[in-house]
Ligand binder design. Structure first.
Ligand code: CS2
Length: 443
């Protein structure tokens, strides 16, 4: 069927903020599968790019259809691919070009869900947006001023669905939105609090950033656990393998600590050692053994009894996913925005371990790898930029381990905890004098 025929009769129901590869590989295909299963035609997705026009420009000539390519290798190592044309993206708004159009989309009568994949740093409040209700720039600015318009027009509430890798992402967004709205108009804050819904959700699919914007490459694996708490209905995403759960917290813990925690460890160690992709890094036996032990010995004990999963199985499956040779997932990509990622990926685990009087040597090596990475040059002398909203403050810390661990926006009170600082300092020393490979062997 042609793109036009497939889109015919499709009506918008979802506005999605942050139209990176991630959303195009989960929310949109899942919504398409849900509509195919139920026959509904009113969950079309209108995408919003918050910064750049590149995705809009690449997809517009194809009527906003794009290709999803799910790739891995079979048991013999032969490449395997499942390609699909996705039709449910109705259009793309580029926020800086026309902020008013984004506000109007949020305030459109047909909009029932506003979903988000804006990355960890996308949730940072931008106070200047309080005074520009017609042309905000930040996620919270668009959400709150868009909701104000809805309320002023007497329209019903929507669901704000965060799909980012934050702990309690829905609850976190709710707190931020209400606090921001309170600065705009106290009655608006009350309306949001009472009427809108913010379900927590955990999404898991590895989707590397790709150069060809018309083709999104991802792994076949997919998991999405969503709290079933919606203000105005929702698609039946179970058609694509999603699960509606009463409480997403156990799924978030499992995923953030195991998948993202391991990912970030691989990223910093890999960048420093000169392993450019995750599959290249995990093919190093010494790194693979380290990541397995990190999960088994230090992360999994904090999850046992809290999540309903066979952790040994989950770990084995995860190592296979990391070894996927078809993704070319760059370690430097995962390494970005460390200050925004590390707290929820590693430090909850660290705190749980310390509270239990348990060792954190491997977690400390991961933390040390990040601090080591911040010097901006790998072991072969190759320079790279530190892509992080707090890069300036981090660069000013110098190289003393005590000062680095004292960086409160990331480490909080852990910077004053000798049982944290001492093993991190030791691991950093080992990385600096002996390099990644030797430090891993010693661990
Ligand atoms: C990655 C995640 O870039 C990163 O920081 O750890 O995007 C990861 O690939 C996904 O969360 C997997 O679900």
């Amino acid at each position: 069927m042609s793109a036009r025929a497939d889109k015919a009769g499709l009506r918008p129901g979802i506005v999605h903020l942050g139209l990176g590869a991630f959303a195009r590989a989960h929310l949109i295909p899942a919504t398409e599968a849900a509509m195919a299963a139920t026959g509904e035609r009113d969950w079309g997705v209108l995408g919003v790019s918050l910064r750049h026009a590149d995705v809009r420009d690449a997809l517009a000539p194809h009527g906003f259809d794009y290709t999803l390519s799910l790739r891995d290798a079979d048991e013999e190592g032969r490449p395997r691919e499942r390609r699909q044309t996705v039709h449910s993206l109705l259009g793309v708004l580029v926020a800086p070009e026309d902020p008013r159009a984004v506000l109007e989309a949020i305030a459109a009568p047909a909009t029932r869900i506003v979903s988000l994949t804006v990355t960890e740093k996308g949730y940072r409040p931008e106070p200047a947006d309080l005074t520009r209700p017609d042309a905000p720039r930040s996620t919270l600015g668009f959400l709150v001023h868009g909701l104000a318009l809805r309320r002023a027009r007497g329209l019903g509430p929507v669901t704000l669905l965060s799909c980012d890798n934050l702990a309690s992402n829905g609850r976190t967004l709710r707190g931020l939105a209400i606090a921001f709205a309170h600065e705009v108009d106290a009655a608006l804050a009350v309306w949001i609090e009472r009427e809108c819904r913010f379900p927590n959700s955990m999404v898991d699919r590895i989707v590397p950033k790709s150069d060809d914007l018309a083709v999104v490459t991802a792994e076949p694996f997919f998991d999405w656990a969503i709290e079933d708490d919606f203000a105005a209905g929702r698609p039946d995403w179970t058609a694509y393998g999603a699960r509606f759960v009463p409480d997403a917290a156990p799924y978030e813990h499992l995923k953030l600590r195991m998948v993202n925690g391991s990912h970030s460890a691989i990223a910093y160690l890999g960048v420093m050692a000169g392993w450019p992709t995750v599959d290249r890094a995990i093919a190093e036996p010494v790194l693979r053994r380290f990541v397995e032990a990190l999960m088994r010995e230090e992360i999994e004990p904090t999850l046992a009894g809290r999540v309903d999963a066979d952790l040994a199985d989950y770990r084995a499956r995860l190592i296979e996913r990391f070894a996927n040779p078809a993704l070319a997932h760059r370690t430097l990509q995962i390494a970005m925005d460390g200050s925004q990622k590390i707290p929820q990926r590693w430090l909850g685990t660290v705190r749980d371990r310390l509270a239990a009087g348990a060792k954190i040597d491997r977690l400390a090596l991961a933390v040390a790898a990040w601090l080591h990475f911040l010097r901006g040059v790998d072991e072969a002398g190759q320079r790279y930029a530190i892509d992080d909203p707090l890069a300036g403050a981090l660069a000013a810390l110098g190289d003393d381990p005590q000062a680095l661990c004292g960086f409160a926006p990331v480490f909080g009170e852990l910077g004053r905890e000798p049982r944290f600082v001492a093993p991190v300092a030791k691991a950093l020393e080992s990385l600096r004098t002996n390099g990644v490979r030797a430090a891993l062997e010693a661990a």
